[in-house]
Design a binder for this molecule. Sequence first.
Ligand SMILES: *Cc1c(COP(=O)(O)O)cnc(C)c1O
Length: 471
Amino acid sequence: MEIEEFRKHAHAMVDWMADYLENVEEYPVLSKVKPGEIKAQIPESFPESAESFNAIFKDFEDKIMPGITHWESPNFFAYFPASKSKPSILGEMLMSVLGTQGMVWLTSPAATELEDRMMEWMRDLLGLSKDWTGSIQDTASTGTFNALITAREKACNFQINEKGFHRMPRYRIYASEQAHSSIDKNVKIAGFGINNLVKIPVDENFAMIPEKLEEKIQKDIDSGYEPLFILGALGTTGTTAVDPLEKIGQIAKKHHIWFHVDAAYSGAALICPEHRWMSKGLELADSMVFNPHKWMFVNFDCSLYYVKEPDLLKQTYSITPEYLKTDADEQVNNYRDWHIQLGRRFRALKLWFVLREFGADKLRSIIHNHIVWAQWLEKEIEKSADFEMLAPVPVNLLCFRFNNGKMNEDELNQFNEQLLKQVNVTGKIFITHTKLNGKYTLRLVGGHPELTKEHLEIAWKLIQDTAHKTQ
Ligand SMILES: *Cc1c(COP(=O)(O)O)cnc(C)c1O
């Protein structure tokens, strides 16, 4: 592609992007295609000769766009939001054109040093103490993996890295029954064996019961196991339940167990001082992870991993082949030693753009409003004769179901599953589900930066009308 052609297409594409953002609510939120429909439209073999960019872009519009689910719509209430924002998109564009590989300081000093500063800004914005330092990772799953491996190497004095698991203690890892599945995956990958992940029961609010944790730890010690790692959730994925971090932290300290806090989603609320009740006890932790790519308007991927002792992390991962040694190694951070991968994108750039273009004030007021509106909807659901809440609402996720008091549990499950499908097929909103104590639960969470209370009012009305039609 010639440079003038690049310029022309890039300008046209920016116009396309602005139009998309302006009109995103006109698309069906959930893609309506059937399995296999998109693949069938892509030729079976690759092109041998060059194609015009216009033809490629036309196919993008005609063949790809219908298979897109619009995460960028304020009416996307499914899973957790992966909200982005305009300054973040612009940051991604520059990241893409620079193509920076920030694996060591020398490969782009700005990438490392802006990241140093962004981790400090975010630490302060989240209300964390100055004891924390960290780096930007791809995902929370990776951050939790780092924590698990560092805890392992600290406990065995770096012997498993040297010799493997033979004749090592039988380590145990603890997390609540509601913890994110990434802990299960990580326990497997880190070599502990899934049978050594001990799931701790939760209370009626879906938060870990610390007395049960203490019991299991004592039982394991008595049976010859070595408790290694506790994961506490500051906002679970199912219901955003907040584990009692202070009590868990005290148990971890008492038994010298690594304490990791998963604040992947709800961590965003910590930028508002009024929501910091959730982080009480977080200072007792050894590591924590938070995803600005979920509810802080930074494009996926951008996950912050904080630790108290970065030297342990670096010692766990560091391998310095000759070709990566540089003169600056003693004076700077070489972030390749802070995670598994060698290569790393310049993610600090989009975070910097977001923090400056919004400003902390605006970010706080958006998050604050999302929570206020969710709590308004919680009251509406409680007031309604035909719906009921199934979990508390610490932040902005609503877990509820239709229940007119006339159906048994099986019928209720079937009805709510049907209701979810009927709502989503309208294309007007997209919600997902979970199961809580065997109950089919509708999950609705609004986290788009341009969400208004009206979006939630319309969604609520749509759900009620659909329920009454489905009856
Ligand atoms: C989303 C989520 C994760 C996983 O996030 P990734 O960044 O996709 O790995 C982990 N924990 C919690 C609580 C989450 O909500």
